[in-house]
Design a binder for this molecule. Structure first.
Ligand code: NAD
Length: 331
């Protein structure tokens, strides 16, 4: 298959490009490098620097490169920024997402996999969270992802688009070649590793008074290589003749298990062999105590199961990548 990967120079996208190339697919990456990296290792793929919100450019790429499917990873994805500047999120994630869908419609490309997020659920009523849980996002980031998911579903019933929206929980870990480097970094594991390495400030634990066994919030972590494998399965599931899937499928992706902040930090100390410098601060607004995915649907419909999502593998691979690319990781 020939696949356009938007945001392929970012964290999730670059590891997915590796898996797609490895599986024998032809890959064109479209990335504006706004949060991605020109040094991402995209061997075997073609990088085009530009925006997926640029309909004429996407149309031209889809046609000229004879692309058959799109893996849409590009997005604005910082919760706090989305609250401070919702316009940017509606313009890039929603209006820009529609430009992409329109370029696909113009060129007859009908296979789409979308990077969505657990943020579409907001504060869930029950845990683990399944895909039928109410969607009540509590920030523009989650809201704009929900809106794009819904648009893809309506494009399915009206125009024949076959889409899979994958609601990732917390992605972690690295491949040998690509890893996680955001600026600002808001994720627990890379921040803990930066603190251990002395490249970042001491880690802040936001609240130790949650109704969980050790008082810190519990989250579900997924190895980025397991996520890449899910992308492959989801792209296959958009085949026009695949009878097993809906026109607009939605699946959670996580490990199905939860770990508290304190458990993650203990694992970091075990893997790296050094203490994590930290301070304890107050709770952050909008952080639910527990967010764990129900992952049965992805297993049933995509025949996908996480294989590498243990804390030690995620932290170990992230640490190894960091050590091998210390010049990039240093902040
Ligand atoms: N990392 C996670 O834990 C996580 C969790 C849930 C959902 N997601 C979703 O997964 C996707 C990838 O996340 P990530 O962590 O790899 O982020 P990232 O910032 O590393 O990657 C996003 C990439 O998209 C590119 N980009 C942004 N806007 C663009 C545009 N208009 N045109 C072309 N390229 C553009 C950026 O330059 C970057 O390379 C996002 O959609 C995010 O919302 C990530």
């Amino acid at each position: 298959m020939r696949i356009l990967v938007t945001g392929g120079a970012g964290y999730v996208g670059s590891v997915s490009v590796e898996a797609l190339v490895e599986a024998g697919h032809g890959v064109v990456v479209l990335d504006d490098l706004s949060t991605g990296h020109d040094w991402a290792d995209l061997e075997g793929a073609t990088l085009v620097v530009g925006s997926c919100t640029d309909r004429p450019l996407v149309r031209r790429l889809l046609r000229d490169e004879q692309l058959e499917a799109v893996l849409h990873c590009a997005a604005r994805s910082l919760v706090g920024e989305s609250i401070a500047d919702p316009a940017r999120y509606y313009l890039d994630n929603v209006a820009g997402g529609i430009e992409l869908l329109e370029a696909m419609r113009d060129t007859g490309v009908r296979r789409l996999v979308i990077s969505s997020t657990a943020a579409v659920y907001g504060v869930p009523e029950a845990t683990p969270i399944d895909e039928d849980a109410a969607l009540r996002p509590i920030n523009p980031y989650g809201e704009t992802k929900r809106t794009l998911e819904t648009a893809a579903a309506w494009y399915g019933s009206a125009y024949g688009l076959r889409s899979v929206a994958l609601r990732y929980f917390n992605v972690a870990g690295a491949s040998r070649r690509n890893g996680e480097l955001h600026d600002p970094e808001t994720h627990l594991i890379p921040n803990a590793l930066a603190a251990v390495a002395g490249d970042g400030p001491p880690l802040t634990v936001f609240g130790e008074d949650y109704p969980t066994p050790d008082g810190t919030p519990i989250r579900d972590y997924l190895h980025v290589e397991d996520l890449a494998a899910a992308h492959l399965a989801a792209l296959e599931a958009t085949a026009p003749d695949d009878p097993g899937t809906d026109r607009a499928l939605v699946c959670n992706l996580g490990s199905g298990r939860g770990f508290s902040v304190r458990e993650v930090l203990a694992a970091v100390e075990r893997v790296v062999g050094r203490p994590v410098p930290l301070t304890v601060g107050p709770r952050r607004a909008g952080d639910p105590p527990v967010l764990v995915a129900a992952i049965e649907r992805a297993a049933e419909v995509l025949a996908w199961r996480p294989a590498r999502s243990t804390l030690d593998e995620m932290i170990g691979s992230a640490w190894a990548w960091r050590q091998a690319h210390a010049d990039r990781s240093r902040r």
